[in-house]
Design a protein around this ligand. Structure first.
Ligand SMILES: [Zn+2]
Ligand SMILES: [Zn+2]
Length: 216
């Protein structure tokens, strides 16, 4: 899942009623009150069951509306303005707490992929294998981007791509086959072969590996 604005990941909100850190939750798709969206993918909610807002809410809603519910204190990202959301039980919103560390990891990976994609166009001129390898070895990156990266391997003609690619386990069989085909081509073009015993690159015409003495 990719998100547009993840700046809320770094925010910390403290509930003014109980001084506890508020939980970062997925915003419900629709504003319960007026049918409009919250304009935010996340919201900070005080899920502390001992918070005075939550404890007092039951009685006040019972008195005002005659039904069984209470309030949770809530703030939107980048705002200290308080809102009160009605909840029917103490577990409401607890299942939608966002795993911020996981999301941060995903976001970091996504930014790296975006960055590598933007550098693909200039990487051949700059003889820079790095963005190409970054995409090829990223199993979560888009297949289209990885294909494009693979197609640049031949032009880059950099044999240092061989080890990381050979040692990577691809989930997509077709990508792996495409990589292997290009690596074989690269080796041939550079008059090299991989020693079947130790994997080091040796001359195409060698009869004996200079690294492990294997004879061919
Ligand atoms: Zn609170
Ligand atoms: Zn060898």
């Amino acid at each position: 899942m990719l998100r547009r604005d993840l700046s809320f990941l770094d925010e910390k909100h403290i509930c003014p009623h109980c001084e506890q850190e508020m939980s970062c939750c997925e915003a419900p798709p629709v504003h319960v009150g007026d049918g409009l969206g919250w304009g935010s993918e996340a919201m900070f909610i005080c899920l502390n069951d001992s918070c005075s807002v939550f404890l007092r809410g039951w009685e006040s809603i019972e008195r005002q509306y005659g039904h069984h519910a209470s309030y949770r204190y809530m703030e939107l990202p980048r705002s200290k303005e308080g809102n009160y959301m009605m909840v029917g039980n103490k577990d409401a919103f607890k299942a939608s707490v966002i795993d911020r560390e996981e999301l941060q990891r995903q976001n970091h990976r996504f930014q790296k992929e975006k960055d590598a994609l933007s550098r693909l166009d200039s990487c051949v001129a700059e003889k820079n294998l790095e963005p190409v390898l970054c995409l090829i070895l990223d199993e979560a990156a888009s297949i289209a981007g990885r294909r494009k990266a693979i197609s640049l391997l031949a032009e880059l003609n950099d044999l240092s791509c061989i080890d990381p690619i050979r040692n990577h386990s691809f989930r997509d069989n077709a990508l792996q086959m495409e990589c292997n085909r290009i690596l074989d081509e690269l080796l041939k073009r550079n008059y090299k072969k991989e020693c079947p015993a130790c994997g080091e690159l040796v001359k195409q015409q060698a009869k004996k590996c200079m690294y492990c003495s294997e004879t061919f």
